[in-house]
Design a protein around this ligand. Structure first.
Ligand code: SF4
Ligand code: SF4
Length: 443
């Protein structure tokens, strides 16, 4: 099997790789279901504060398809419903009881699967809060159940360099993984299973299921980057994808008739080698992060995650926290320092010459400046785009030009923003351009 490898990407060694041991965290006092990491959703609240909920009770749905529900990952009472500006739903917080009481569905074994029609299967997954684990490119919206996908990608690695190791996610759950693949085959014959080559030796029996090993160059394992390198027809741009844990949880829900509440999370901080953690979905950030100095930057991905408040909860799709040291406002004589510990793509710091792990911080090295046409963003883009040209087209409101330049191939990896010496938020500009285009198309 040929290993998929983008011509560009990021190979710098970063400190903080989690240990592959696994611990189980204690039951949290609260869990939250966040609407902030769910792309494109228009949430409609289904509960009120102080209302009692079971594990699996729908908390909010998507107004665009009210059958798609986001359910409670625990039994208890709605403690708080947090809103942002213009009453945008941020998260629903549940104070947990000691024991779980589940909303029960009829279990579906692999043998029973044939007894469910396709619409019944889709409906069951939507009601159970698991359909949305299937995403659709290029906008990464919830998969559209009204159309058959050209292919489905099962991506074993998460969005971040240090997302949970698929060998740990799959450990003792091969049977569920196989059941999940059977479920996917109900929607499409062409299933692709991709994993980083460095993960293969810990996959056990799942290794023989890998159809596309991908290199360790970030973000080669991202579904958008994989699709860019394998697609042959324009129709394939609307491929679906799902991550390993989503697939397993989907199978677990069907098999037990209960919403699966556990998830695996990694936390990276400095040179720590923290174990993988099994915890409840929507667990408090503070429980995972521990004591963090005020001003620390906590994100759910080094290059493409969102910044999180330590007093909130982990999002529906999130399974990695990166804790970066406080960014010093002024680094005294920083320009005279060799930068042996600083990541660099443009070879500004001496770290490019030594083979050692480096630790990023939140320093911007000055404010945003005008584009200097250096082409660094182009050189690093894993899907061969010219981000500065697309950015300029979008800033001039020329969406047609941006589309012609390949906007929809952008996999939102964050590398162009990371590398830009002028600190232009290229990824954000391109992501907003894609989202606006998607919204306009939906009408
Ligand atoms: S344009 Fe930027 S965010 Fe998009 S794929 Fe290229 S490097 Fe990544
Ligand atoms: S890296 Fe930044 S400054 Fe350089 S061409 Fe791209 S947008 Fe312009």
């Amino acid at each position: 099997m040929e290993t998929l490898s983008p011509s560009n990407g990021f190979t710098l060694k970063l400190a903080g790789m989690p240990d592959t041991s696994v611990i189980r965290l204690s039951r949290p006092a609260t869990v939250g279901v966040s609407a902030q990491d769910i792309p494109h959703i228009r949430p409609k609240l289904l509960v009120k504060e102080k209302e009692a909920v079971k594990t699996g009770t729908p908390l909010f749905c998507d107004k665009r398809d009210t059958a798609i529900q986001y359910v409670s990952p625990g039994t208890g009472t709605v403690k708080q419903i947090r809103f942002g500006p213009r009453r945008r739903l941020l998260e629903v917080v549940i104070a947990l009881d000691r024991m779980d009481d589940y909303i029960e569905f009829n279990p579906v074994s692999p043998a029973d699967l044939k007894t469910l029609s396709d619409p019944e299967l889709v409906e069951r997954l939507k009601q159970g809060g698991l359909w949305q684990t299937l995403r659709q490119l290029p906008a990464r919206d919830t998969a559209d159940s009204r159309t058959a996908p050209p292919l489905i990608m099962v991506c074993l690695n998460g969005n971040d360099l240090f997302s949970p190791h698929p060998g740990r996610i799959l450990q003792d759950r091969t049977r569920l993984f196989e059941f999940g693949l059977t479920v996917l085959q109900r929607f499409c014959d062409r299933i692709i299973v991709a994993a980083r080559t460095s993960a293969l030796d810990m996959l056990g029996p799942v290794e023989h299921r890998i159809t596309h090993p991908v290199s360790d160059i970030y973000p080669a394992w991202d579904p958008g980057a994989i699709l860019y390198h394998i697609k042959q027809r324009a129709e394939e741009n609307t491929a679906w994808y799902i991550h390993a844990e989503g697939l397993i949880r989907m199978a677990q829900f069907l098999e037990t008739g209960r919403y699966p509440v556990e998830t695996m999370v990694t936390v990276t901080r400095g040179n720590d080698k923290k174990p993988h953690m099994i915890t409840r979905q929507g667990t408090p950030i503070r429980l995972l992060a521990g004591n963090v100095p005020s001003g620390s930057l906590i994100t759910t991905g080094r290059f493409n995650g969102r910044r999180v408040d330590p007093d909130t909860h982990l999002g529906f799709f999130e399974n990695t926290l990166n804790i970066l040291p406080d960014a010093p406002e002024d680094e005294m004589f920083g320009f005279l320092r060799p930068g042996l510990n600083k990541p660099t793509v443009s070879k500004t710091f001496l770290s490019c010459l030594v083979n050692r792990e480096v630790q990023p911080d939140g320093t911007l090295h000055g404010e945003e400046r005008a584009c200097i046409n250096c082409s660094y963003c182009e050189t690093i883009c894993p899907v061969d785009l010219m981000p500065s040209f697309i950015m300029k087209a979008l800033v001039s409101d020329d969406i047609e030009e941006a589309l012609q330049l390949g906007l929809l191939d952008c996999c939102r990896c964050g590398l162009c923003s990371f590398t830009c010496p002028s600190k232009i938020e290229l990824t954000q500009i391109l992501s907003e351009g894609m989202d606006t285009h998607h919204k306009d198309k939906q009408g």
